[in-house]
Structure formats: structure tokens, C-alpha cells
Design a protein around this ligand. Structure first.
Ligand SMILES: [Zn+2]
Length: 308
């Protein structure tokens, strides 16, 4: 079986103001980099409100819907904007994550990558922030638990920023393990090791500015991977941000493209051990266009190598 690639042209319709790092060109570069790969290409559906309601209260969904401008931009917070196309993009992004769960659990794809924007891992239950409107990875996890009836789902977030939204949305979900590494100090400021979730179900791994591949690999080998194996998830969801790359302009970690390939291969290997290789990935950050495209391609190629 193949690796599925889920995306939708609507995700290119989420326009941000000139100079904003979370720009349309990010997805254009990624899609160009993935051209020619032998992937199962899937058009992402719109999420149903029921999918969103698993992690967001109705008033948050209503607020986002009513914030959509008819032209220009609506500013949601200091760095989060909506354009006329943003609502459909957000529903496609969430819909892709949910559909990826269905494809992987339904045996229609070996694993999956969602090339989507806006990203999701900063969106808290009632708060859009950090370029994110809905919590794509968390709502995919809840869909796997509540709709498919899985007993344990893990989310691994290697974006350079703390996945505060995913942590918030799954904080008191004892069927989910959240593992997130992040540069510290860095926006949004959360993600200390003593933030462990209501059921000791959150593992935060802060990394000092300047952390390179060797230290990152050591941190994952000694902290993240043992916890992940011990949890025995039935599905692994990756929040794939590529802004820990050494070329990224928003942060100061020094991972190479090869480091992103390594961590992907390791996570696929653990998924092979514990859950028949069931793993999917959703795009989060990554703001140097060339590094983003290269690292995303390396990530997807490792998913393809692991497909069976
Ligand atoms: Zn990020």
C-alpha cells in the first residue's frame, strides 16, 4: 500500500498579509517538491463540525466562522489572520487530518501526510493563536479514539515551537500521549518538563537554542522513544513542523534535513513495532521555503519507505 498525500487547493486560498511567514508559497513549495512521487493523492474533504466539536466548544467554532472577512484581512490575534479563503482552508486542513485517520485505520493507505495550512498545534480549545485556527492533530487523535474506538493514540510534535494547543486539547485525555519537543526559551513560552498532563500523559522536551542533530537524537532516544514504546499506541500522529531546521528564520535550532529524515524513520520504526505501521503526519510550521520543501520531501520519502 502507498503513502497517502492529502491536500486541497483551498489551503492555498488562506492568504496572509505581505511579509507574513505563514504564507501561501510554503504550500506551493511543498507541493512542487512532492511532484512525481508515487503517492496516493487524496483531495481533502471539509471537516464536519462534529469533528471540530471533539476538541473545540461551539462558541469557538462560531467565533472563527463569524471572523471570516469578505475582503482584506481579519486579525485574530497578534500574528494570526484570516482572509476570505481562510475558513474553507481551515476546514480542509482539519478534514485532511480526519480523513488521514480513516485511510490509515481503514487499510486504504499505509500511512499519510497532510500538506495543509493553516497549521493547528497552537490552537487551544477556545483560542486561535500562532497562525492556527483549529487543532488538526488533536482532533484527528480524538476522531481515532471516539469514532474508531482506539484505546491509545500518541501525538509526537517536533515543530520548533511548543505544541501548546495540542497539549491543551489533550491535557485531560488519558487515552492520548502527547510528546512535544521545542526550543526553550521561545514563543509561546510554555512546554516546561513539569507540564505533564492530567494523567501524566504529556511529555515536554525543551531544547536549548543552538541544539543540533546529535543532541536532538539523544533527547529522543532517551526520553521520547521509550515513553512512546511503553505507551503502545494503536496510531501515531506526527505534528510535522520543519522550523527546527538550521535555515529557519523564526528559531535557533540547528537540525539538518537528514535529521528530519532520521526522526521520521525512527517514528515509523516504532509504529511498525507497536501498531502495524499506522502513522500519519500533518504539516505545522517551517518558514524557510527551500529548507521547508527539502525537509518535507525527506519526511515524505521516509514515510514511503516505511509503507507496506
Ligand atoms: Zn513552529
Amino acid at each position: 500500500m502507498k503513502t497517502a498525500l492529502l491536500t486541497h487547493a483551498d489551503c492555498l486560498g488562506h492568504v496572509t498579509p505581505q511579509g507574513h511567514p505563514e504564507q501561501v508559497a510554503r504550500l506551493e513549495h511543498i507541493l512542487h517538491a512532492l511532484e512525481g512521487l508515487d503517492l496516493k493523492r487524496v483531495t481533502a474533504p471539509l471537516a464536519a463540525d462534529d469533528d471540530l466539536l471533539r476538541v473545540h466548544p461551539e462558541n469557538h467554532i462560531r467565533d472563527i466562522r463569524s471572523s471570516r472577512p469578505s475582503d482584506g484581512f481579519a486579525q485574530i490575534d497578534g500574528d494570526t489572520f484570516m482572509s476570505p479563503g481562510s475558513l474553507d482552508a481551515a476546514y480542509r486542513a482539519a478534514g485532511a487530518a480526519v480523513q488521514a485517520v480513516d485511510l490509515v485505520l481503514g487499510g486504504e493507505a499505509s500511512n499519510a501526510f497532510c500538506a495543509i495550512r493553516p497549521p493547528g498545534h497552537h490552537a487551544e480549545a477556545e483560542k486561535a493563536m500562532g497562525f492556527c485556527l483549529f487543532g488538526n492533530a488533536a482532533l484527528a487523535a480524538k476522531h481515532a479514539l471516539d469514532y474508531h474506538g482506539l484505546k491509545r493514540v500518541a501525538v509526537v510534535d517536533f515543530d520548533v515551537h511548543h505544541g501548546n494547543g495540542t497539549q491543551d486539547l489533550l491535557w485531560d485525555e488519558d487515552r492520548a500521549l502527547v510528546i512535544t519537543s521545542q526550543q526553550m526559551p521561545l514563543w509561546p513560552g510554555s512546554g516546561r518538563p513539569d507540564e505533564t498532563g492530567a494523567y501524566d500523559n504529556v511529555l515536554n522536551i525543551p531544547l536549548a537554542p543552538g541544539t543540533g542533530g546529535a543532541e536532538m537524537r539523544s533527547a529522543y532516544e532517551t526520553q521520547a522513544f521509550p515513553r512512546l514504546r511503553a505507551f503502545r499506541p494503536e496510531l501515531v500522529i506526527i505534528s510535522a513542523g520543519f522550523d527546527a531546521h538550521q535555515d529557519d528564520p523564526l528559531a535557533n535550532l540547528n537540525w539538518s534535513t537528514g535529521d528530519f529524515a532520521w526522526i521520521t524513520a525512527e517514528l515509523c520504526g516504532i509504529a511498525d513495532e507497536v501498531c502495524q505501521g499506522r502513522i500519519l503526519s500533518t504539516l505545522e510550521g517551517g518558514y524557510d521555503l527551500n529548507a521547508l520543501a527539502e525537509a518535507t520531501r525527506a519526511h515524505v520519502e521516509e514515510l514511503m519507505k516505511a509503507a507496506r
